[in-house]
Design a protein around this ligand. Structure first.
Ligand code: SF4
Ligand code: SF4
Length: 89
């Protein structure tokens, strides 16, 4: 499938641990990437400084669902399921 323009769920919901230009420690979950444009596109698209993790994340029905709302819900669940556990628990 193609990425849905204006979705940006994966640029907001999930954490990115690798450095992003201007975000040297990556991106926390739930925080929009600073390269997300006002119309929810990647400001680094096609540029060499775009993180490899972004370029190599293919859109898929499993991740993106059939609507932007579904993508946000799927990725929120995925982020919750994969975040490091609380060492105190
Ligand atoms: S979740 Fe999928 S459709 Fe939405 S921006 Fe990311 S790749 Fe594109
Ligand atoms: S660099 Fe682009 S694709 Fe990667 S998280 Fe930021 S806006 Fe999204």
């Amino acid at each position: 499938m193609e990425c849905r323009p204006g979705c940006a769920a994966c640029c907001i919901v999930i954490s990115i641990s690798s450095p992003i230009p201007g975000m040297p420690r990556g991106k926390p979950a739930g925080i929009p990437c600073i390269h997300l444009t006002a119309d929810y596109r990647c400001g680094l698209f096609g540029r060499p400084e775009r993180p490899a993790v972004c370029s190599s994340l293919p859109p898929s029905l499993e991740m993106c669902g059939q609507s932007n709302e579904e993508a946000f819900a799927i990725l929120t669940a995925l982020e919750q399921a994969t975040k490091p556990g609380d060492p105190a628990s």
